[in-house]
Each structure stands twice: as C-alpha cells, then as structure tokens.
Design a protein around this ligand. Sequence first.
Ligand code: HEC
Length: 394
Amino acid sequence: MEAYIADWLHLGLRWLHVVAAITWVGSSFYFNRIDRSFRPPEPPVDRVSGQLWSIHGGSIYNYSRYPTGPGYVPENLKWSKWESVGTWVSGALLLAVVYWWGAGINLVTGPDGLSPAVAILVSAGSMVLAWVVYDIMCRTIPSDHVLSVAVAAFMGLLLWIFLQIFSGKAAFLHVGIAMATLMAGNVWFVILPGQKKMLRAIKDGTIDRFDVGADAKRRNYHSNYLTLPIVFAMIASHFPMTYGSAYAWLGFMLISAAGVAVRHFFNTMHHGHAQARWLVIAALISVAAIVLLAPPRLTPPANGQAAAVDTGRIASIIEARCAACHAAKPSMPGFNAPPNGLVLDSLQAAAAHAQKIRQMTIDAPIMPPGNLTGMSDEERAALAGWLAAGAPTK
Ligand code: HEC
C-alpha cells in the first residue's frame, strides 16, 4: 500500500511540477520575446520606449513598454510571482518523495558511498549552498563576462561533486535543481523586491532618478540562459546513456553549452537580426556530445570461449541480484510492480532485454540501484561476458 501511495504522490507531484514549470518557463520565454521584439513607437509616445503588435487567438494586441511606468501605478497590474514558487515548491516536494523517501534506491551510490541520511542532508544543503555562493558571486564580481564564466564553472564544479557522491541520475537532477534554485532566488530575492522599490519610486515621484541596477539585469540574463540546461538536466536523468557514461560530466557541460547557444539564437532572432550560426554551433556541440557519450564496445570473448559462458551461473546472478525488484510481484519492500514493467524472472526474459541490461549494469553500474542486492564486481564481469557473447540462453 505504501508503494502504491508513493507512486500516486510521485505521479501527482510530477504532473503539478510539469504544469507549473510550463507556466514559469513559458512566461519567461514569452516576456523575453516581447522585450526583445519592441521597436521605438512611431510617432514617439511619452514614456514609451518600445511598442509591439502581435496577433494571437483571433485578436490583435498592442504592447507598450514603459521602463519607468506610465507616471502612476496602474490598478490592474499583473505580477509574475507564483509560477516560480509553484515550480520550485512542487519540484522540492517531488525531490523529497522520489529522492529522499527513496534515498536508498535513487540517491546513493551504494554501500561504499554516503549513507542515505547523510545524502539527504547534502541534497537539501546543496540548494542553499548553490544560492548563497551564486548570490555572493553576483555581488562581488563586477565584470559581466567574468561572472558568466564563474557561474558556469560553479555549476560544473557542483555537477562534478554530485557525480562523486550521488547516483548518476541524482547528480544530473541536483545540478538542474541548483540552477532552478538560482532562477527562483533571482525572482524572489532580487527582481520582485526591485519591482516593489520601483513602484514606491513612482508613487514618490522619484522614478526618473530610479535605476533597477545592473545586478537585477545580470540576474535576468543568467535566468534566461539557464532554462534550457535546467530542462535538459531534468529529463536527461531518465536517460542512463547520459548520466551513466564515463564522460557524463563533459557530456552534460557540452549539451548545456548547446542549450545556451540555442537560447542565444532565439534572443538574436527576437531582436530582429537572427544569427543562425548559433544554431550551427549548437548542432556541432550536440553531435560532439552524442559521439562522446556513445557506449564503449563490449569485447566479445575470444573464439571458443563463447561456448564456455556458464548460463546457469548467469541465471542465478539475475535471480539473486535483479529478481527481487524485477518480478511480476516484487519481494523488495517499496516496490509495487516491476520497475518500468521489466520482469527478469528467467534467462530468456533477460536475453530479450540484453541491450538495456548492458546499458544499466555494464556501461554504467546503475543497476542494482544503490547496489541494494550486493552484486559483486566479479558477477558484473560474468554478466558482461555473457552479454558480449550475444546473451546465449543455453
Ligand atoms: C532495488 C530494486 C532493483 C533491483 C535489485 C534491480 N533493479 Fe533494475 N530497475 C529498478 C528501478 C527502480 C528501475 C527504474 C529506474 C529508472 O527509471 O531510472 C530499474 C530499471 C532497470 C532497467 C531499465 C528498464 C527500462 O525499460 O528502462 C534495466 C534494464 C534494469 N533495471 C536491469 C536490472 C538488472 C539487470 C538488475 C540486476 C543486476 C536490476 N535491474 C536490479 C530497480 C531495481
């Protein structure tokens, strides 16, 4: 029953999280597009720095940008606050249900790594740390370029640390969470307070001397470029070929750079002078990452040895190390149904999924998760030999 409730919490929160993230990232993309599409009004309009006509859903819209407001505080003024909170909070709850409640399976690397309790503390602490370090960097590094490189290097360092202490998928997820925390922190601790000050300045009549400050602009800029790497981190944690690779770190950094390049292309396009070279750069970097992350070839046993694969032994390894979870009725507590519907109750069943088994056990030691069933290196090598021999069943 507990596993069934956990599954529903997981599914429900994931649904909420995706919907909230659509509203947040969607409004971020939307306002970026509008903001970069503004052109000076013809003829000039008092206090308006840009205008944009747009057609959608059967109506034509006219937007005007008032950098210092229209001279009064409009009564019907819409804020963008709750999208970021909704996404962050639903994400944090999802993290708690999947990676803290299920820490022994999803968060830790195995018996030699962090204990589940310590891993949970590190997981929670890393969000606070990410924000504090980023905030200090923003306040102390004056150059925009140096700051951008420093933020990217900091994210790279965090991912490297996460890859040492968490399971691969948890590592990817946590660097995504760190980036999303920066974005949410920027909204709540910098941008919204700045907007409140701006409204006060409008009321006080000091708006013409008001400056949102370079810091708020830079943080907006970071948030803009972080969106694609964040979404990649979240979904790549479902793809073992990425986080399980020996080159997971470099692969992630390359794909993130490609995401930043794509975002930059869209920014130039909204400005009205699209620079297609950024798409080409993104495509080249992505191809490099795909080649880099390709699984290594399994060396087949030398001639004659193929026949020597002890299939009886392989069957008992799978039975002992996999079937507790991958069974029609799993005996492992916390499992309601075979994970991803994968039942490994016979050598034939395992042979039918040889490709995926290779990916999850040999290319990277992802299965058994947290090595809960205590698979030895020697057993893993035997399994690799069986797979390299073409997964014979007799
Ligand atoms: C403690 C429970 C547990 C044990 C033991 C376990 N697995 Fe898994 N397995 C899982 C979970 C949970 C998933 C889903 C992981 C995910 O989606 O990221 C999974 C996913 C997989 C997948 C991917 C299936 C797919 O369709 O994507 C393969 C392949 C796999 N396991 C093979 C194995 C093999 C081989 C063993 C034994 C060496 C094993 N597992 C032992 C829990 C377990």
